[in-house]
Design a protein around this ligand. Sequence first.
Ligand SMILES: [Zn+2]
Length: 252
Amino acid sequence: MPEESRCWLCHRSDAEVSAFADVETSREREILQQASQVTRFKADFVQSAEAWRKGLPKELKEFEFEFVTSNADQFKPIRIGNGLLGEIVAPNKLLAEIVEARKLTADWLESVALALREGDGEIPGFGPLSRFEKADMQLLNGMVDQFEAKWRRRIGSDGSRGADPNGYVHGFEGLKLFDGLEFMIAVGLLYYGVQAQLLDMARRKEISSKSKRGISVLPVNGYPRVPLCSVCVEVMRELGSRRFAVEPAISQ
Ligand SMILES: [Zn+2]
């Protein structure tokens, strides 16, 4: 495109439109804020995990994690003898925290893992998988696969018991309290890792859609092809003008 080419409507040059587009968008700012929030939440989670490891009563160690956490209420009245210190208060507060954290992290990750495995569905909060780049989807898949291979365990439970044909068991099946807690903590860390990755992807997508800004020569019905800037094209599109063919490079 010749240097002097200016938008037919607003007369801005390609450089002017690009400079305008270089400004950080509100969506970009929003994504960055979310990313720093994820970093903060992860740090809190790591801190809580330490407290859970120390605070879970050893007396319950023979119970399954799933049983203890899904019957947290039953453990409320329990007072556990603790030698010198007498009794420690029931672990209900810790258990409630663990149940809450698990709901937040594992439930979400479970539905993400399922969607990725089936290559269909959506990532809650991030939209349908069909909108993702193939490479991004593979990257996410790799994160989940690696995790499940390491633990020989699927993140989610499909309700079946025992190992699947790959030798993986599901969810927390068979894990005693403390092993279950370690699995839950690992799932939680993966949750924050996947969230951070998704936000990074969203940010890259936002930036690359910006870089498409500039001037293109487009046909408008009844007129010869004219140079139009992406800003004007967007405005025309928002106004509902169907009078011109929009080239793929500009359609978002
Ligand atoms: Zn323009």
